[in-house]
Design a protein around this ligand. Sequence first.
Ligand code: DGL
Length: 262
Amino acid sequence: MDEKKSSFPIGIFDSGIGGLSVLTHIKKILPNEKIIYIADNLYSPYGNLSISKITLRSKKIIEKLVTLNCKLIVVACNTVTTNLITNLRKNFNIPLIGVEPGIKPASLNSKSGVIGVLATKGTLSSSLFYKSINNYNLNIKILEKEGKGLIKIIENNKINELKTKKILKSYITPMIKKNADHLVLGCTHYPYLIPVLNQILKNKMKIIDTGIAVAKQTKKILTQYELLNTNKKNKLNLYFQTGESSKINYFLKNQIFNKIIL
Ligand code: DGL
């Protein structure tokens, strides 16, 4: 085992605070790991950008995380993963863990044969998403819905406003009416909406969030590369954002986001 390299940090990035929902699961099962998180909130939401722009931003962020000595990078964004993880893996010689909508677990566990997917426009139109719906939906009907406006609501901490519940209701009620029994959260920002979603769903649909699966995969790959940090000391985490400070600190109560230019 490379003792020195195993003490290096894990890099995580997203267009904003969405990836923090993944980070929470990673910290739970990998408590010894140091984390460097980059929120590219200057360019949020990614779902509305062109693929070439998202590629440019993702490459810049990964390059930065590599120069900061990260031993593995979690691409904590469905939009980036589903559109360009293959391209990114070709360009970087470092393990990259992606995040994609949980179509498989939802399809395998659905009793009604109907599932709903809430995701960004970028994810719903991606080649990887298209591939997964064709892989697992043999007898399953998939109802796709773009979560228009949701990233902004979450980034600006307007989750508990009445308007948010109304918007979510308009996205989800048609799925319930069509007998969907699983709701796949296809964006790492959306787990923050779970308390509001539960009020709407009233147990009619099971929510699928892939955050835990991504954390487990991260652990598996670190183990495989013999890069697990066994040192319990020095767990300093660093948080960066590219844009002006929004309401981002609200999500990480005792942590400070530093401004970074990329
Ligand atoms: N959290 C990102 C995702 O999982 C949001 C993308 C965006 O900014 O549109 O897709």
